[in-house]
Write a protein that binds this ligand. Structure first.
Ligand code: TRP
Ligand code: ZN
Length: 892
């Protein structure tokens, strides 16, 4: 916990390290109360780094360490031989070659931050990204210092029978006093943030797996005893990831052993430590009884993501943390492509793409429009942990995807090959990646750089004109980008805009531009602020399908009529834009209804919309997964993002009204589709079955949005009879969300009964208990008082991030009605929780702090309460840099 004014770090201030580290030898005597770390560094003066005339120094970082001894080339250093200033330890030194030996002590059992070396359920784990290694030992803890590591672990054998670190196991054996040791060696140079160790009582599922080049790799998934029935899907996902990286990118596993370890206390999803990935249990443990389809999909994506980092992140790493998207944007893109390829069908790919667009609109566009807006490659930060954001990850992945759209799949692959050929075992920048793409594709991508440097979501305004006489169709695109904190004026982006034109019958028209035949989808390159494209040979007035496959992360504005949207929704050959047309139809109505609700007018939904939804629902020619996406309304957050002044209650009433009206007016079709979408037989998390369950459970949700006795009976029966967690939790959700219904006798009793039985059955499964808390936290009938009551439940604790998030963060982030209570009680609860969490775990607290990001968008009465809560947090004398940066920017 820091009290001093936090320092801002600037990208422009980057300087090369004064010394490089060739080799690191670490010795750990592991004890929860007092771990001794012996660190022997072989350093080499970095003559490429100037000292600006000053004396050269070795710069090491350390936090929360007790320094026992330092020796430089064998000579013990006294307090006058070095200076400690905050986290920085500086040793004046100009020697060419240096061996530095450092001994420190840390206390893992009191480390509640889950950064550095910590204890979870009695076992040791590490988390070093971004700057956790300095909590283990003094080190030049920056990603451009890459070294080889040799690690000796010693610990009590009975308590910690498993001793793991990066790379290859060299030797293990017994020691006196019931202790044992293991020696690990990682042959590849790596930055300190990729270091990891695990000393624990665990069991594993393992197998050897043949690699493309004929070697065999040992694969292991390590979990606590009792969870071996939940490791299968992670292992399968790992094998698929290895195979896919070989086949699609010709990238091979470079180690003989690859380990995944699951831990219950973890700040994020997972971590790509070299050869020893450490995972939140949420992204490892699964079987049909306890995990939903979404959980299975999450495991495949995150196992893939961390595995793919081995090349994009580990072999080629980041020069500094401003380049974070170099590895994260690229690796998210790779995991997205992996998930899409695993489904295989065009329709399946589109469903994954729609999910990605949803995430952007739900989280990234709001971030880009708020006080924490930052470029994909930020220019400054106070706390780097605050920049593991949807902008760096998901918008960063969109930026990578645009290279592929501009260069084509083959051109992009050539760019990737060149990137690895040039930069293997180096720490590089986003500019280096862009240069590899430009050079491999023979293209000028200098304007494309603005995707990295300019924050904010670009707006593309489209206008069209059809000239029947000349048979030309003009598409005028005007781009702009709103100001963001610290960035007033923006320059035009290089935007790939994929376009198609539909005839009156809904079929694609052939596209001709400047006499060139472009098939039925053309990728236009918008580079000017205002640019027109004239299609020739257009025989009829077309309907434009713009931004197909969501070809750029922008907001497209075009004055579509309802008739045009209905045409696109029924016929567009591009499934993403087909879905998009439905979202536009829905959004127009939701915004109007929210206004009506705010004004106290009666609410009414037109037949055009309901008919379009009906047709989509019953169209058996379309995959269930796609229909589910098409029938799902924009979320309350997405609706709020479209409003100048946000009224959460009015939005909720509008959306609930539409759900209930669809539920009532399409009751028989929903019921029929519910029956038609069953997945009899053994549970399988394949795309087809997942799609059927999703559509079936959306039908159930609609039916229970306007509940009658039959709908509730259906939900109760599904809850009782479901053979898997997906159907179980969907039925529970339907009952909980219908708990306040007056049309059904005992609605509340049914909800409470299901909740009680669910808890009784799954109280031994932490991840399912998280679902139980989250389900209640997000229900609109849950207010602050109910959340406070749940916090007194014996299973609740703020110390476990998953549990804290399941109740507190879910309430503040996913229950607009409860959180935005007019009396401000939700905000007071938020302030209290941020402060309490900050004392334990700044990273988790800081994420929660961001629930208040967009406070200036709310009605004045709410704003007043929100500001007070923000000031209450900001006014604390002791606050982490993490939380201080977030609330400071919110109030600025
Ligand atoms: N590099 C990790 C990933 O993308 C992210 C991560 C895991 C992380 N744990 C962290 C980032 C802790 C910051 C702090 O998969
Ligand atoms: Zn990552």
């Amino acid at each position: 916990m820091r009290t001093d004014t936090p320092q801002t770090i600037y990208r422009k201030d980057y300087t090369a390290p004064s010394y490089l580290v060739d080799a690191v030898e670490l010795g750990f005597d592991l004890d929860p109360a007092r771990t001794v770390v012996a660190n022997r560094l072989t350093l080499r003066r970095n003559d490429a780094a100037g000292t600006g005339g000053a004396r050269r120094e070795i710069e090491l970082y350390g936090e929360e360490l007790q320094l026992v001894a330092i020796r430089l080339n064998g000579k013990a250093l006294g307090a006058r031989d070095y200076a400690i200033d905050g986290a920085l330890l500086r040793i004046p030194c100009d020697a060419q070659d240096v061996v530095l030996e450092i001994e420190t002590i840390c206390v893992p059992e009191t480390n509640t931050t889950l950064s550095g070396l910590y204890v979870s359920n009695g076992n040791f784990y590490t988390q070093c990204e971004a700057e956790g290694f300095r909590r283990i030992t003094y080190f030049p803890d920056r990603p451009d210092v890459m070294a080889t590591y040799t690690v000796m672990l010693r610990a009590d054998k009975r308590q910690f029978p498993v001793l793991l670190s990066n790379g290859n196991l060299i030797e293990e054996g017994d020691l006196p006093d019931g202790r044992h040791y293991a020696l690990w060696e990682d042959p590849f140079k790596k930055p300190s943030y990729l270091f990891a160790l695990v000393a624990a009582s665990l069991v594993c599922q393992e197998e050897t797996f043949p690699l493309q080049d004929g070697r065999r790799a040992l694969l292991q998934v390590w979990v606590e005893e009792g969870n071996l029935d939940k490791t299968d899907y992670a292992m399968q996902s790992l094998k698929r990831s290895i195979r896919w990286d070989e086949e699609r990118w010709n990238l091979e596993l470079d180690l003989d052993r690859f380990m995944i370890v699951a831990v219950g206390d973890f700040n994020m999803g997972a971590m790509e430590n070299k050869g020893l990935n450490i995972f939140n249990t949420k992204y490892v443990l699964a079987n049909p009884r306890v995990a939903t389809d979404v959980d299975f999909q999450g495991i495949e994506a995150v196992v893939g993501h961390e595995y793919f980092h081995n090349w994009t992140g580990n072999r080629v790493t980041c020069r500094d943390w401003f380049q974070l998207s170099l590895k994260e944007g690229l690796t998210v893109f790779r995991d997205q492509e992996f998930s899409a390829d695993m489904i295989g069908t065009a329709s399946g790919r589109a469903v994954t793409r729609i999910d990605q667009v949803r995430t952007l609109r739900q989280a990234q566009f709001p971030e880009d429009a708020g006080p924490m807006a930052h470029p994909v490659r930020p220019d400054s930060f106070v706390e780097i942990n605050n920049f593991y954001t949807v902008t760096v990850y998901e918008k960063g992945a969109e930026v990578v995807r645009m290279y592929q759209t501009l260069l084509g799949r083959d051109g992009f692959r050539k760019g990737m090959d060149l990137y690895f050929a040039r930069h293997d075992e180096q720490a590089v920048t986003c500019d280096d990646f862009r240069a590899a793409m430009a050079d491999a594709g023979g293209r000028d991508l200098s304007q494309f750089e603005r995707w990295y440097s300019q924050a904010g979501t670009p707006v593309v305004q489209a206008e069209t004109h059809y000239d029947a006489e000349r048979q030309t169709y003009t598409l005028r695109l005007v781009q702009s980008c709103p100001a963001t904190p610290g960035q007033a004026g923006k320059l035009p982006f290089h935007i790939p805009v994929a376009v198609g034109l539909l005839g009156a019958d809904g079929r694609d028209l052939p596209l001709t531009l400047d006499g060139v035949d472009l098939g039925t989808t053309a990728v236009l390159e918008l580079v000017e602020a205002d640019q027109s494209f004239v299609f020739g040979g257009v025989r009829e007035q077309p309907t434009p399908s713009i931004l197909r496959d969501f070809s750029a992360p922008v907001i497209l504005k075009y004055g579509y009529s309802d008739a045009e949207l209905v045409l696109l929704f029924s016929h567009d050959s591009d499934p993403v834009n087909r879905w998009e047309a439905g979202q536009r139809l829905a959004m127009g109505r939701l915004l109007k209804l929210a206004e009506d609700a705010a004004a106290g007018r009666s609410l009414d939904l037109d037949d055009v919309f309901v008919d379009a939804m009906r047709k989509m629902l019953v169209d058996a020619s379309l995959d269930p997964a796609f229909r589910e996406q098409a029938l799902l309304l924009p979320s309350e957050t997405m609706i709020a993002d479209q409003m100048d002044v946000v009224d959460p209650m009015a939005i909720h009433m509008a959306r609930q009204f539409v759900r209930a009206d669809i539920g009532a007016r399409l009751r028989s079709e929903l019921r029929a589709q519910y029956d038609a979408s069953q997945t009899p037989g053994e549970y399988s998390p394949d795309a087809e079955s997942i799609g059927r369950r999703a559509l079936k459970n959306l039908c159930l949700a609609y039916l229970c949005a306007a509940p009658d006795e039959a709908a509730i009976a259906l939900a109760r029966r599904q809850f009782d009879e479901a053979g898997n967690m997906t159907d179980r939790v969907a039925a529970l959700g339907a009952l909980v969300h219908a708990r306040a219904s007056s049309a059904v006798a005992d609605a509340a009793a049914h909800a409470d009964d299901a909740l009680r039985r669910f808890y009784d059955e799954f109280q031994g499964e932490a991840l399912v208990v998280d679902k139980w808390f989250a389900m209640q936290a997000s229900a609109p009938t849950t207010d602050v008082a109910a959340v406070r009551a749940l916090m007194t439940h014996p299973a609740f604790t703020l110390r476990n991030p998953n549990r804290a998030r399941s109740l507190v963060s879910t309430f503040c982030g996913a229950n607009p009605v409860g959180f935005h209570a007019p009396d401000g009680s939700g905000y007071a609860f938020w302030a209290e929780s941020v402060i309490a969490l900050d004392a334990l775990n700044p990273q988790v607290a800081s994420r929660l702090a961001r629930a208040m990001d967009r406070w200036r968008r709310y009605a004045p009465a709410l704003q007043k309460h929100m500001k007070k809560a923000l000031q209450q947090v900001a006014g604390r004398a002791t606050l982490s840099n993490d939380v201080r940066e977030v609330v400071g920017k919110a109030l600025a």
